[in-house]
Design a protein around this ligand. Sequence first.
Ligand code: PA5
Length: 468
Amino acid sequence: MENRLKFDFNNMLSQYVGEEGFTPDDLVNLDTLAGKASKSVKESRGKGMMGWTELTSSNTSEIADIIVTANKIKNKFDAFVVLGIGGSALGPMALFQALCHLRHNELPATLRNNVPKFYVEDNVDPERMQSLLDILDLDKTVFNVITKSGSTSETMSQFLIINDILKAKYGSKAAEHMIATTDSKAGNLIKIAQDEGLKTFVIPAGVGGRFSVLSPVGLLPAAVLGIDIKAFLDGAKTMSTKCLLSDSIFNNPALASATLQYASMNRCKNISVMMPYADSLKLMADWYCQLWGESLGKATNNTGKTVNVGQTPVKALGVTDQHSQIQLYVEGPFDKVVTFIGVESYRATVTISGGYDKYPSVAFLSGHTLNELISAEMLATEYALTRNKRPNNKIVLSTVNANTIGQLIMFFMLETAYAGAMLDIDAFNQPGVEEGKNATYALLGRAGYEAKASEINAWPAKDPKYII
Ligand code: PA5
């Protein structure tokens, strides 16, 4: 089957959703704006924090090292645990769910081709950490600590806990159970890794957390999981090439999507709902939410003007969330754009059984497949939204495989870059996240953060009257 991603934006047009949509004239005007954004993104490719556009080559010595390391891990360990948060966790999680068996960890080893079980510790809930420690067989476990900054409190806390346990148990051999993925200069993890002789992979300088899934952040876990990382990178390259060829929304799908979302934001559609109709893509929607929210939610634009822009990303899963959120989307405020992700060919076919012919309202299901049912439900939801004049668009993957997931990821990253250019903001920083990180350092007494600690302490005390 051809590996293909298609973007269908018919239901963003006025002929389908009336005045909530865009007319052909609107599209012509938007195409001019899009052309400018496209050119500015093209000029920035590979520069500054756009280093991720250049990560699609699969013939590098680093890719070879990742594959060799992954094979050694597969031969030696039964569990692979990522320690990381945000962009250092969501990419590996999304790839795992999309491209491995949906119940991978529950399969017997032989049925998962002896690929290790996979865990991502993307929180610092003590109960969660304890529960992980309760189930791991440390002799058969390797950890991959991932942090771009080399200093994030959550990740470094997880590392300190695990490294201490490993050292107590394995002494000088503890390093065999820990791999570091980090920046070559920033923070302290790189120094610790060098001091302790940890196998280390580098996150390139121009690649931020949420744009790092094509780097060793995503590639090492993926290779350990038996995912074809070359096909994944090839898919990313296919999409970036396709989007490079044209500065027009009529030929460049990531640009078209960015432009329509941007124009929708200008019409007070401040919510972007990402709704895959595939369990395998649920965490991909989570990954998208971080990418879109953290990149576009900004207080100031590139000239320092206060703009407070952004579009709130929301994850919904088809068909599950038809029974929880769709009522709101069909009849609530006109403040959303819904993006469906459909799959033409699922990797399994399940037929609905028969046997109740005397109950026609049950029997009509018999003989159909779940594949037909889920596809019909996506079309039905699309219809219900469109009929109620709710703009929506659709990304369709021919099937879910390493190549189409590479395409999808590059589609979203380029879409985000284009939208950032249209909003005239820095899509690659995250001052709001840094604010919280710095406050955490101050609250836990990190040296150098005394002024921030005083500022927090001077915050007006809470009025007990309002705590009831
Ligand atoms: O996208 C980002 O930059 C952030 O979400 C980071 O990924 C997150 O804060 C974790 O940072 P780090 O990888 O530096 O530990």
